[in-house]
Design a protein around this ligand. Structure first.
Ligand SMILES: [Zn+2]
Length: 275
């Protein structure tokens, strides 16, 4: 009996973060069905399945991994291979698990905790950290920093990296969470897998594009007051990608003063950059 009998293919394209370009497809050759995924983006993408496929008279040729990392700019990443068991009987895939996709590699659990970040503004400037790590205005359970600065201040990269995401079209901000989706920002992927975000940039205040490589100290944006914000400032956050929609935000050491000292920044203190 040569008739191909495939019950259903269920793909729920539920998206995590802003990642949206993964293309998943399958090929059917005699007694084998193979699933592949293309990642056209410049950054790694993690796909996390909700469980195991449900098969009828088929087996996994290789262990099905519920978390898979797709390298940047790759095609035909092997996701799953199913092989018919008894060729005389009905066979097929009853159900493929749904999946979320995430920007970055969610399998990374450790990072360079000793890295010395530069303050994200120009030499000769000083700004106050109005709200610090786990601050009670909008940083509860978040390791983020708010530098109060006038709209139009030049923002520089705190660390080398690759620009993987940006939004620059918004022109709206307010002091409640209802404005959270209107923030302009830049996301930069670092060599250890962490991602920094620079938030609340002014409309068209993004000076880089996705795929650009930035060096520590490069001017990348112009500060603003877009999104969930109670006044002009820069929100800086660094995190490890994670598979539960919650950023695993981290505290980072900064060079301050003349650059010879490194420290964790705390709120209500003014930090100068003279390096
Ligand atoms: Zn903030």
């Amino acid at each position: 009996m040569k008739k191909i009998f495939i019950f259903t293919f269920i793909f729920q394209f539920i998206l995590g973060y802003s990642q949206k370009n993964i293309k998943m497809f399958f090929e059917n050759k005699s007694d084998t069905i193979s699933y592949y995924a293309d990642n056209p983006d410049v950054y790694p993408v993690s796909i996390v399945f909700s469980g195991q496929p449900e098969l009828e008279n088929m087996r996994n040729a290789e262990t099905f991994r519920t978390t898979q990392i797709l390298s940047p700019k790759t095609t035909r990443n092997k996701v799953a291979i199913f092989v018919k068991i008894d060729k005389t009987k009905k066979w097929g895939i009853k159900k493929m698990p749904s999946y979320f996709s995430y920007l970055g590699d969610v399998s990374i659990k450790s990072y360079d905790a000793n890295y010395k970040y530069d303050l994200p503004f120009k030499k000769g400037k000083s700004f106050e950290v109005w709200q610090g790590y786990n601050g009670n205005f909008s940083h509860r359970n978040e390791n983020a920093l708010d530098f109060v600065m006038p709209i139009g201040t030049e923002i520089v990269a705190a660390r080398d990296g690759l620009v993987i995401d940006e939004v620059h079209v918004n022109n709206r901000g307010c002091a409640t969470e209802s404005c959270a989706n209107f923030g302009n920002y830049i996301s930069v992927l670092h060599s250890d897998g962490t991602i920094a975000q620079y938030y609340h940039l002014k409309q068209n205040g993004v000076l880089v594009k996705i795929g650009d490589t930035v060096k520590q100290g490069d001017t990348i944006g112009i500060s603003g007051n877009t999104g969930w914000s109670n006044g002009p400032h820069l929100h800086f956050v660094c995190f490890l990608p994670s598979a539960d929609h919650k950023k695993t935000t981290i505290k980072t050491l900064f060079r301050t003063g003349d650059g010879s000292k490194t420290e964790f920044l705390t709120e209500k203190k003014i930090y100068s950059k003279n390096y």
